[in-house]
Design a protein around this ligand. Structure first.
Ligand code: MN
Length: 407
């Protein structure tokens, strides 16, 4: 191997995720993560080893690179794997091609034109239905027939490491007769994964479940920040608005669908049977272990949730087929959030709302404090990886610190 890769690294030779980084003397550019390093693709391109216009690696986003199509992007990934494995390859004895991740700043990997968030975990939808509506009829009648979603806000998507401000808004306190305005008292995270589209679809065109994987470039970890008190007051009848669009955080490295191939698993049985345009063949879920930790200000991290992407009731190909069935078009770089990923066990719930059950079961922290929701000064960290037969492919992390609301 050309470069040392620590055992258990998320960024193993099997991964090769794409991102945008900069350092003190390198402007934002494309790279791949390998072990604790980044391979500078703009620098590799200068070796004249690629047969396409490598100006795409000098851009501040990956959209143009992704737009070259999977035939090319996939070959770049497998070429890099081969070169890294071969001590005599073009990458040999060229330390200037590698940058330590610790010395680099990561940026949003793509320009995200549009962002949609789904609601595809049956456990999450059931938990929320029980809390907000009716425990006897937790799932609404449409839920098992439609991958429910809403159009989110792309402008406020940020990359791991950027802090957020506690949002302010309008809420209706329990028992009050008129709303109040102020910082949210119920700031929450949502543990999600997001897929980034890699191919445009035309307005009026529908992408089938069989074609959908062609349109998915790769995945990131996604924290869909939510203000539950604002959400509760505003969401009827059109769904989330200001409770969600103040910030959403993503991990910086896009892990390709090809890299996730070993972790394919079958999803849960869908009963009743879905309409033909939502039916699909094969294993379309992915076994990706997920966890969430909270780092209180000045204290150590505590894991509060362990979940898995494989629990999703609706999968990505169904989400994309549904999203385009009416002819809605997709552009390269669009982002679709999975919806909060909760499992069956109460430590696998993907939000504080569920973990602390609307504040009725506060979580005990190691520093003696309690959490019903997220406090100022807390950093929320999400991680995810697949592991099978000695192959590990991970996402790194999405980490976001919460700062007090603006006065
Ligand atoms: Mn969400």
């Amino acid at each position: 191997m050309i470069i040392n890769i620590p055992e258990n690294s998320d960024f193993s030779i099997h991964n090769i995720p794409f991102g945008i980084f900069s350092t003190k003397d390198r402007s934002p550019r494309a790279g791949v993560a390998i072990g604790e390093h980044i391979l500078d693709l703009a620098a590799v391109a200068e070796l004249d080893v690629f047969e396409f216009n490598t100006a795409v690696f000098e851009k501040e986003v990956l959209n143009d690179f992704i737009g070259l199509g999977k035939a090319i992007t996939s070959k770049v990934r497998t070429n890099i794997q081969a070169w890294l494995r071969d001590e005599q390859s073009v990458l040999a004895n060229k330390p200037e091609l590698f940058v330590k991740q610790a010395d680099a700043q990561m940026h949003l990997p793509v320009y995200i034109g549009d962002y949609t968030d789904f609601y595809s975990s049956i456990e999450h939808a059931t938990n929320v239905g029980k809390m907000f509506r009716d425990p006897e009829n937790a799932l609404l009648p449409n839920w098992k027939h439609i991958p429910v979603g809403y159009h989110g806000r792309a402008s406020s998507i940020i990359v791991s490491g950027e802090p957020i401000l506690r949002p302010k808004g309008q809420t209706m306190p329990n028992g009050a007769d008129k709303p109040i305005f102020g910082p949210t008292q119920r700031l929450d995270f949502e543990l999600e994964m997001g897929f980034i589209t890699g191919k445009n679809s035309e307005l009026g065109e529908s992408v089938s479940t069989a074609e959908a994987e062609d349109y998915i470039f790769g995945l990131v970890l996604f924290n869909d920040w939510s203000a539950r008190d604002i959400q509760k007051w505003e969401y009827v009848p059109l769904g989330p608005f200001l409770a969600k669009n103040f910030a959403s955080s993503i991990s910086p490295w896009i892990v390709t669908l090809e890299a996730l191939e070993p972790f394919r698993v079958k999803g849960p049985k869908q009963e009743p049977k879905v309409l033909p345009y939502l039916q699909y063949e094969g294993a379309k879920n992915y076994d990706i272990e997920l966890e969430v930790g909270i780092i209180p200000q000045g204290s150590e991290e505590q894991t509060i949730c362990q979940s898995n992407f494989k629990y999703m009731y609706w999968n990505m190909v169904q989400q994309l087929a549904h999203h385009t069935v009416n002819g809605c078009n997709f552009n390269i770089g669009d982002l679709c959030g999975s919806g909060t990923i909760s499992g069956k066990d109460d430590n696998s719930y993907g939000s504080m709302l569920e973990l602390a059950w609307m504040g009725t079961k506060p979580l005990k922290m190691k520093d003696g404090s309690e959490r019903k929701f997220i406090n100022d000064g807390d950093t929320v960290v999400m991680r995810g990886f697949g592991k099978k037969n000695g192959v590990r492919v991970g996402f790194g992390e999405v980490s976001t610190k919460v700062l007090p609301a603006k006065p």
